[in-house]
Design a binder for this molecule. Structure first.
Ligand SMILES: Nc1nc2c(c(=O)[nH]1)N[C@H]1C(S)=C(S)[C@@H](COP(=O)(O)O)O[C@H]1N2
Ligand SMILES: [Mo]
Length: 338
C-alpha cells in the first residue's frame, strides 16, 4: 500500500531565512522586488557563480557571523549548527566525480550546460512526468533549511539550502503500490564533463546512481535543493538540482540528476557498486560504525577545521530513526517499518 507523506504541513517546514530575512537578503544582493523565483531565474547571477568563487562577484562572507537557527526552527533537539560554513569554501572544495576525482571542481564546470534541464519521473508510477528544472524552481514552494552536511570522508558543513521536499515531486507522479525504491541518475555527457571522458574502471559506471527506499524518499527531511546562500546552486554544487539528505553521508545526495525511477527491487548505486565493503546502501551517519579505513566518531568543519562529534543520523534522528526502528541494516526490509 502506498504511504502518503503526512508531514508536509508540519510547522517544522515553515520557510525560515535565518541569516537575514528574505527581503533583507534580496536587498543586500540588489534584487529587492524581484522575488526569490526571479533571483533564481537570473542567468547573470547563475553565470556569475563560477566567477564568484574567484571572488569577483558579490560575496556574502560577512553573513557567516549572523546567528544560525537549526532546522527546524525551534527544534532544540535537532542537530545544533555552528556558524554557517564559508560559502566560498563550500563552492570551491567539492566532490563531483563527473568532473574530477579531485576537489577542485569549479574550474571545470564552465562548459557544463544546466539549462534547459529536464528530469523524468518514471517506473512504477501512475503518471510518468517530465519536469523542467527551472519551472520547478518557479512553481515549488521554496523554503530555506539550515542543515548539517557530512561527507563520509569526515569533512562537514553547515549550509542554508533553498529547495523543496522531494516528496512533492513523487506525489505528483503518484507511486504505484508495488514501488519500494526511488532510483536517481545523474547524466552522461563526456563532452561537458571531463571526468566522464576519461577511461578506466570507475568511469564505466557512469552515470552516477543513487537510491532511497520510498519511505526514505517521502520523509520530510529528503530535500531537493535548487539554491544555497540565496543564490541558485553553483554548478559544482549540483545545479540545477540535487538531493540533500542530512542524515546520510554526502555521497547519497546525488547532484544534477535527470531521472527518478520508482522500482520494486533495490537499484544498484554508484559507490556501493564500486566498493561494497566501504559504502553500504544505507549510509546513515553513525559515529559508532567506523569506515573500514577510518573512524567516523568526529567530523571537521570544511572552512575552519574545527572538529565536533559526529551525531547519529547527523542529529536528525527525530525525523528518520523510525524508518529503521527494530530492523537490522542487513534486513532486506530495512527502512520499511516491518
Ligand atoms: N552526480 C554526483 N553527485 C554527487 C557526487 C558525485 O560525484 N556526482 N559526489 C557526492 C559526494 S561524495 C558528496 S560529499 C557530495 C558533495 O557535495 P558538495 O560538493 O556540494 O559539498 O556530493 C555528492 N553527490
Ligand atoms: Mo562524500
Amino acid at each position: 500500500m502506498r504511504r502518503k507523506p503526512s508531514s508536509f504541513t508540519l510547522p517544522a517546514l515553515t520557510p525560515e531565512s535565518a541569516y537575514l530575512s528574505r527581503r533583507d537578503l534580496l536587498r543586500a544582493m540588489g534584487f529587492a522586488g524581484l522575488g526569490l523565483a526571479g533571483l533564481l531565474g537570473s542567468p547573470a547571477l547563475w553565470a556569475g557563480e563560477v566567477r564568484d568563487v574567484a571572488g569577483t562577484l558579490v560575496n556574502l562572507h560577512a553573513l557567516k557571523a549572523a546567528p544560525n537557527p537549526s532546522f527546524p526552527p525551534g527544534g532544540a533537539a535537532a542537530a545544533p549548527l555552528g556558524l554557517l560554513t564559508d560559502r566560498i569554501q563550500a563552492a570551491s572544495f567539492n566532490n563531483f566525480y563527473e568532473f574530477t576525482t579531485g576537489k577542485e571542481v569549479w574550474p571545470l564546470v564552465e562548459g557544463f550546460v544546466t539549462r534547459p534541464w529536464q528530469v523524468e519521473v518514471v517506473g512504477l508510477v501512475e503518471r510518468p512526468l517530465t519536469l523542467d528544472a527551472q519551472q520547478l524552481a518557479r512553481d515549488m514552494p521554496l523554503e530555506e533549511r539550515h542543515l548539517r552536511f557530512r561527507c563520509v570522508e569526515t569533512w562537514a558543513m553547515d549550509l542554508p539550502w533553498i529547495g523543496f521536499p522531494l516528496g512533492l515531486i513523487l506525489e505528483q507522479a503518484r507511486p504505484l503500490p508495488a514501488a519500494r525504491y526511488a532510483a536517481f541518475r545523474s547524466f552522461l555527457r563526456r563532452d561537458q564533463a571531463p571526468g566522464q571522458a576519461r577511461q578506466g574502471r570507475l568511469f564505466d559506471l557512469w552515470p552516477y546512481l543513487e537510491a532511497l527506499t520510498l519511505p526514505e524518499a517521502l520523509s520530510e527531511l529528503a530535500f531537493v535543493a535548487v539554491g544555497v546562500y540565496g543564490h541558485e546552486l553553483p554548478r559544482q554544487q549540483g545545479a540545477p538540482l540535487r538531493l540533500v539528505l542530512p542524515w546520510k553521508y554526502g555521497y547519497k545526495g546525488i547532484k544534477a540528476f535527470t531521472r527518478i525511477e520508482l522500482t520494486a527491487d533495490r537499484p544498484p548505486t554508484f559507490w556501493n557498486t564500486l566498493a561494497p565493503g566501504e559504502y553500504d546502501f544505507w549510509s546513515n551517519i553513525d559515529p559508532a560504525v567506523p569506515h573500514p579505513r577510518w573512524s567516523q566518531a568526529e567530523e571537521y568543519m570544511l572552512d575552519t577545521g574545527a572538529t565536533r562529534p559526529t551525531l547519529k543520523y547527523g542529529g536528525y534522528g527525530q525525523y528518520v530513526a523510525h524508518l529503521y526502528a527494530g530492523l537490522s541494516p542487513d534486513d532486506p526490509g530495512y527502512g520499511f517499518g516491518g
